[in-house]
Write a protein that binds this ligand. Structure first.
Ligand SMILES: C[S@@+](CC[C@H](N)C(=O)[O-])C[C@H]1O[C@@H](n2cnc3c(N)ncnc32)[C@H](O)[C@@H]1O
Length: 287
């Protein structure tokens, strides 16, 4: 398959991705996007990425749009990614008095770039332990992502051996997952680990582009927004954070990836440092 689009042709696709999703492909990363364009051309039965480009001159819509935006996303994730953060959530945040006792309000958490679901299932494992200490409390998760491809895996809760080996302790694997029976496996589907229904039952999965209106959701006690804003320009980061802040309840938490920070992006949150990680808490003046 031909892999030789010129910079102008690549810019045409990169601009479309940036306009719709905010994800920026700089020239140095065009080679990553082009590999994805080759995949899309194959899926659309086109002979080359050049033929894809020619077809795209008539407009990018329908299946081409769906494939282009979906495959332009980077979906890297793993169970207990940044383990110190999850320890902080478990030991410092969920032990706060308002999250304990018999408050009838459910604890509400939004994973707004959940990818293939490892993040939300990690949180569900932690909340499962929390609920054992707080048997009268309930919780619910909203797990969203733009990519329907990764959401389908998240909702199925189906992981390869390699995926569960990345971060999931064996004791938790045995407790919260079951092995897909060989009857369910097929030539295209090797046997895998399936999340137990008990862990899934409090999670709602939904497609959501963070650049589009999400006024219908919330409020949440915790919003996890990890490793997604790094792909956005500063203006989009500010806009998304301001919208997410409106969805966080008084004193609620905003949690970013280990290499991310709110510095210069928002003054609505207080930085809270723990020995293992940092999180952001909504300031009283913005409640
Ligand atoms: C690198 S993954 C992060 C997964 C997880 N939060 C973690 O930290 O392990 C980034 C995810 O953000 C999603 N994403 C990118 N741009 C988005 C947008 N504009 N709206 C919603 N999701 C988006 C991608 O589809 C991808 O699954």
């Amino acid at each position: 398959m031909n892999m030789a689009l010129n910079n102008d042709q690549m810019k045409f696709f990169a601009d479309f991705v940036e306009e719709k999703l905010g994800i920026i492909y700089v020239k140095d990363n065009y080679y990553q996007l082009e590999k994805r364009l080759v995949d899309i051309a194959t899926q659309l039965n086109l002979a080359s990425s050049d033929e894809l480009w020619q077809k795209a001159q008539g407009g990018i819509f329908g299946q081409m749009k769906m494939l282009l935006l979906d495959l332009a996303t980077n979906n890297e994730t793993s169970f207990f990614r940044d383990p110190g953060l999850f320890k902080t959530i478990e030991d410092k945040i969920l032990t706060e008095p308002r999250f304990s006792g018999d408050n009838p309000q459910p604890l509400r958490i939004w994973c707004c770039a959940t990818s293939t679901g490892q993040e939300v299932y990690t949180m569900a494992i932690i909340l499962n332990a929390w609920q054992r200490h707080n048997p009268k409390r309930t919780f619910s998760f909203l797990a969203t992502d733009y990519s329907q491809r990764v959401l389908a895996q998240a909702e199925a809760g189906r992981y390869s051996q390699l995926e569960v080996q990345r971060g999931l302790p064996a004791t938790m694997l045995v407790r919260f997952f079951h092995n897909e029976s060989s009857g369910e496996a097929s030539a295209s589907h090797s046997p895998a680990w399936m999340v137990n229904d008990a862990l899934k039952k409090n999670i709602t999965f939904r497609q959501q582009n963070l650049l589009e209106n999400f006024g219908y959701v919330g409020p949440f006690d915790i919003v996890m927004c990890r490793n997604v804003l790094i792909y956005q320009n500063v203006e989009n980061k500010r806009k998304i954070i301001a919208e997410l802040a409106k969805k966080i309840s008084p004193d609620g938490y905003f949690i970013m990836g280990a290499a991310e920070s709110l510095t210069g992006l928002s003054d609505e949150f207080e930085l809270r440092e723990f020995d293992r990680s940092v999180v952001y808490q909504k300031k009283a003046s913005f409640q």
